[in-house]
Design a protein around this ligand. Structure first.
Ligand code: M6R
Length: 313
């Protein structure tokens, strides 16, 4: 797992190669979709999108939803594939279903895809395994190219899935004419900086280890975030449970005052994900509420954010 965590910068570079062009500042998926029989008219006729996956892949979907709505102007929902398959979802030929699955073989995700196929939905799968069943069911496949993920706990494929959803959303936005070239250029420039940003964070692993040692004996953890930080919080809690057997919950930070605040005990570690985005001030104010209840906050934010709290990593 550690090896795969440290591969992430390279994985990002290879997943953007041939898709993100830093000279023209454009995204182009034509090499991935070159044999596609899907017309521009069909893409423009999409009225709604459903993103399906399980576990970590579903968390990638929750981030992808923001991109699809923002760049492609498509009303988007995220569904846990295991729920989707049993709740008789309302689907039609103008619904785009995007499945995210590292293995391409997760039974619930495949069953959701079968359901979508019966309704004649347009389907894209984002998958790391060439030739997997999800690539056979979908109309279009976007391969992650992250290399085999041997660890059961997903790490590098989460980042690659998010990148793939970003690229798909930008491409759909271009075809649907909802994305301006300025927005596209801004996104490409930012995306191309990610590999070095990831290396910088991983270069900080000494500090991360120090903090981990300090809180390793804690029995409960909370992870809080808003916006894109919310799925990151859910993923943090999932990963902590999976690899440390420590009880952890992820919440939208705005949800805390509706009950979960009662869980905070003196000294309880709370990981707050608060990048300097549109949600920053709100998240920081939620953070102050948990500090007032005695939580020890581990804040993940931008370097220049300058918050003075118990641990700032
Ligand atoms: O292969 P998939 O992406 O479809 O797998 C879905 C989940 O089982 C998977 O993401 C799981 O949650 C992670 N391996 C947990 O780290």
């Amino acid at each position: 797992m550690l090896k795969e965590i440290h591969e992430q910068s390279d994985v990002l570079v290879s997943s953007m190669q041939g898709r993100y062009d830093g000279l023209s500042n454009t995204v182009d998926l034509s090499a991935d979709f070159q044999d596609s029989p899907i017309s521009k008219g069909r893409i423009q006729g999409i009225t709604r999108c459903l993103l399906v996956g399980m576990g970590t892949s579903m968390h990638a979907c929750m981030i992808g939803r923001h991109y699809l709505e923002r760049f492609a102007g498509i009303p988007t929902e995220v569904d846990n594939a295991a729920e989707f398959r049993y709740r008789r979802p309302l689907l039609d030929a103008n619904t785009l279903v995007i499945s995210v699955t590292q293995s391409g073989e997760t039974v619930d995700t495949l069953a959701a895809m079968d359901e979508a196929k019966r309704a004649d939905c347009l389907q894209i799968t984002i998958c790391n395994t060439p030739g997997a069943q999800s690539t056979r069911l979908a109309d279009l496949s976007l391969l992650l190219g992250a290399g085999a993920e041997i660890s059961v706990a997903s790490t590098k494929t989460l980042l690659a899935s998010i990148m793939a959803l970003h690229a798909v959303s930008l491409s759909l936005g271009k075809l649907r004419e909802t994305l301006t070239s300025e927005m596209e250029a801004e996104q490409v420039v930012n995306a191309l900086q990610l590999p070095s940003a990831v290396s910088t964070v991983l270069g900080n692993s000494g500090k991360i280890l120090q903090v981990a040692r300090k809180y390793a004996a804690s029995e409960h953890f909370l992870f809080l975030g808003r916006g894109l930080g919310y799925p990151v919080a859910l993923e943090g809690a999932l990963k902590l449970k999976e690899v440390s057997y420590i009880h952890a919950e992820g919440y939208s930070a705005g949800e805390m005052k509706h009950g979960p605040l009662a869980l905070i005990e003196d000294g309880m570690p709370v990981v707050v994900i608060a990048p300097k985005d549109d949600y920053y001030k709100k998240t920081i104010s939620n953070m102050q509420e948990v500090i007032a209840r005695g939580a020890k906050v581990l804040l993940l934010t931008n370097k220049d954010a300058n918050q003075v709290i118990s641990e700032n990593i």
